[in-house]
Design a protein around this ligand. Sequence first.
Ligand SMILES: Cc1cc2nc3c(=O)[nH]c(=O)nc-3n(C[C@H](O)[C@H](O)[C@H](O)COP(=O)(O)OP(=O)(O)OC[C@H]3O[C@@H](n4cnc5c(N)ncnc54)[C@H](O)[C@@H]3O)c2cc1C
Length: 460
Amino acid sequence: MALNTCHIDTAIPAASTLDFFYTLAMVSFRRSNPGPVRYSAGTLAKKGLSGDDWPRVWRDHELKSTYDVVIIGGGVHGLATAYYLATNHGITNVAVLDKGYLGGGGSGRNTAIVRSNYLTPEGVAFYDRSLTLYNSMAADLNINVMFSERGHMTLAHTDSALRTMHWRAEVNKLQGIDSSVIDPQEVKKLAPSLDVSSHPRYPILGALHHPPGGIIRHDAVVWGYARGADHAGVHLHQKTEVLDILCEGGELADGKGAGGKVTGVRTNRGDISAPIVVNCTAGWGSLISNMAGVKLPINTHPLEAAVTEPVKVFLPTVVVSGSLHVYVSQTDRGELVFGASVDPLATYSMRGSLSFTEELAGHILELMPGISKMRLLRQWAGLCDMTPDYSPIMGFTPVEGHLTDVGWGTYGFKAGPVSGEQMAECIATQQTPKLIAPFKLSRFETGELVGEKGAAAVGH
Ligand SMILES: Cc1cc2nc3c(=O)[nH]c(=O)nc-3n(C[C@H](O)[C@H](O)[C@H](O)COP(=O)(O)OP(=O)(O)OC[C@H]3O[C@@H](n4cnc5c(N)ncnc54)[C@H](O)[C@@H]3O)c2cc1C
């Protein structure tokens, strides 16, 4: 397709001549684009002695009237897709458009839990690839993403929950994922502040323990991808709202809908023509695809979270309780970060609520009675794009050139790297990569659902 920016006619020069020209081209590319300033002790000292300021992490550009690829949404998914398009496939005539600021959606509001102990083989393979990318991310993006592999524990308070944990552990082990069911005494060893006695209303009967899980610094992940994409030539446009997706040839009004193709987008800063428009807008995902005449089975619900004052570190692992609808981890700074399941009403409002705080406090104190005097400092909310089977909707749609990477619900931050990598491959090759094939939109017509509710409803 016409996207390949460095097209070489292989019929004419011999391979060694090609290598020579390729090397020359890369040398001249690197000279004209030396890459971002390296974050290192050496650069810090050099900057300190010379008095030079650090350059901006990414640059502003004029909005061009044409791009090869327009990505809507400047969260981790949109930015990772842009980054891998440029770095893995050499496709750099790409714009990422965000109506607000980069990372202002769920990517800057989540509780940053990463793990791969899902329930379906499709989910496990997919999220495990993301964990692999997270493991080398600090070096790959040259930014401290503070990945803390502290383990992840999902508590079981009922026999049926314990059965699901065993099921997940077996699916995980079959795919080589470190995951096993542990008893209450082992739970106590890993998290001494938990009440594992028989006194609580829902005593802890065991847990699914997943040592490779952990937490990460979400802002740094977003900034790392933004910085990498910017330096590879991608244009990042903040405060640029997509008002419409322009199409032709489709069955609906204005050429939208099945059988049509994308021609560009209308924004608050003018029209852009582009043959490929990717929807990476999570909580706003169904609104955006609707602009191309593509209906997505997504309901948007707020998800709330809260954080306490910092105290000495006492909780060395991530703890999730699906039955109590609550989870908690402790940051390196000492704050406890709490989350729950989504608010029951579908809305685009991102306001916190008192009922969330009340329920959270009640449930968390059943698990950890010893923290009743800790003070809650802040609470906030973000939007979650919930699909019927708790799995994402990725890849092509019935409108040519319109691709989706949405349906991320309460679990999409950890999927950012693998989604970016796979969506970039999908766009560059125009083929659906194997890892994301199960997440196609058409599964809701054919009934091939990828049911992840048992592993994704609360344990983000
Ligand atoms: C409180 C909370 C806790 C969570 N905890 C976890 C967790 O622990 N682990 C985990 O894996 N996931 C978690 N999630 C889910 C995760 O945050 C999201 O799934 C993920 O961040 C989605 O990333 P994204 O890049 O797809 O979308 P977002 O980061 O939401 O970005 C979408 C962007 O699209 C932009 N946009 C929308 N409409 C338009 C338009 N018309 N034009 C231009 N731009 C537009 C928005 O401004 C936004 O910046 C949590 C979510 C919340 C709210």
